[in-house]
Design a binder for this molecule. Structure first.
Ligand code: NDP
Ligand code: F7E
Length: 333
């Protein structure tokens, strides 16, 4: 059990930006982030509106605008996106660029046309330059070249920030952007080809132990540093921002600490009970060397991360095992 499950976060005070009775459309509600945001908003007593992708493809601007005009939510959380780890980003640049641009255009423009007063757009820490000074402040945006493995995705996200800022500037819309670091938790993608590193490691070590293998090969050199935030902490941050932030600049969301991929691997091996050797396939990309976020803007609003990394990994491992036993293959559709 994670800390956040054991002790519920304090209720967010009712705010002019997000009244207690606000009806909120969460785009991407089946994903890692969207499902956590739905849990958190529901716990706060909000009415949450969702649509499955089969009923509404958010790349369809006309369909999305019609849906939003019909439902008229008070607020939108845009957590729908084409998302994946370093390999998926490298091998599928077209949907990482185009799907994300199209989803953002549909949802943000559709929300404004429907009179939606409040919107939170989720970007990613990969928007910052590859060699940005660490920890990375929000004003590092557009100060240098991007990391090539996820440049199409990063450019789509930068366009999303600019779109939000443009609606603020031209129409005075109270739309805002958050830039989360690498996330993990229940609801994550455990497909080894498309996932991020943390769920991939959980699965690799578990399956190696189960099969009695004494070596696991991971990607890259193990030297890049990453910051990992539990998705329940991210959901709390989304509430903090929706209730208390109305600025032009995106706001970083991270835990303020990072570690090497090798250190992460050792922790995950320990949690999953794998005692064999860890090998590194240096033919696979490392990606950006480091992307630790400066989170002083968010902590200045009173938010704090609550889930320690090791506890969060153990809870995520338990979630994946339970889901696997209950529902067959752990991969998402
Ligand atoms: N995971 C991470 O480490 C990080 C994530 N983020 C950001 O957080 C947000 C959410 O990411 P995350 O939850 O991890 O991603 P997931 O892949 O877990 O979830 C994405 C969601 O978007 C939905 N979606 C994708 N395309 C469409 C579409 N065309 N129409 C309708 N729905 C669609 C998916 O639907 P379906 O379930 O049907 O596939 C899914 O529910 C993204 O903006 C991402 O950039 C930022 C930093 C790190
Ligand atoms: C959130 C962020 O996520 C992506 O960036 P990333 O942080 O580089 O992504 P990642 O989690 O996939 O990898 C982190 C590190 O881990 C190493 N690594 C080792 N072994 C495995 C492994 O088995 N799988 C994966 N995926 N990585 C591995 C891997 O080589 C890399 O050095 C962006 O594309 C973009 O989508 C984005 O915004």
């Amino acid at each position: 059990m994670t800390d956040s499950q054991a002790v519920p976060p304090p209720p967010t005070p009712s705010s002019p930006y997000l009244p207690r009775q606000a009806r909120i459309f969460v785009a991407g509600h089946r994903g890692l982030v969207g499902s956590a945001v739905v849990r958190r908003l529901t716990a706060e007593g909000h009415e949450v509106i969702t649509r499955d992708r089969a009923a509404l493809d958010l790349r369809d601007a006309a369909g999305t605008a019609a849906f939003l005009a019909d439902v008229r939510p008070d607020a939108v959380v845009l957590a729908a996106a084409k998302v994946g780890g370093i390999l998926a980003n490298s091998t599928q640049p077209v949907p990482f660029l185009e799907d994300n641009l199209r989803i953002q255009l549909s949802v943000i423009a559709g929300a404004h046309a429907a009179g939606v007063a409040r919107l939170l757009f989720l970007g990613s820490s990969c928007i910052y330059p590859k060699h940005a000074p660490q920890p990375i402040r929000e004003d590092a945006l557009l100060t240098g070249p991007l990391e090539p493995t996820n440049e199409p995705y990063a450019l789509a996200k930068i366009a999303g920030i600019c779109q939000v800022q443009s609606y603020r500037r031209q129409y005075g819309a109270a739309y805002i952007s958050a830039m989360p670091t690498n996330l993990y938790g229940p609801g994550d993608n455990f497909d080894l080809e498309t996932s991020h590193v943390l769920p991939a490691l959980v699965r690799r070590f578990h399956e190696a132990r189960e099969a009695g293998r004494d070596e696991v090969t991971l990607w890259g050199s193990g030297t890049p540093r990453r910051e990992f935030l539990h998705v329940d902490d991210l959901a709390d941050a989304c509430l903090t921002l929706l209730a208390g932030y109305d600025g032009d600049a995106p706001v970083n969301v991270g835990c303020g600490e990072d570690l090497t991929i090798r250190e992460l691997a050792e922790t995950v091996a320990d949690v999953t009970g794998f005692t064999g050797r860890i090998a590194w396939d240096t033919g696979k990309p490392d990606g950006t060397p480091r992307k630790l976020l400066d989170v002083s803007k968010l902590t200045g609003l009173g938010w704090r991360p609550r889930v320690p990394l090791r506890d969060g990994i153990a809870a995520t491992y338990a979630w994946w095992l339970a889901r696997r036993e209950g529902e067959g293959p752990a991969d998402r559709p």
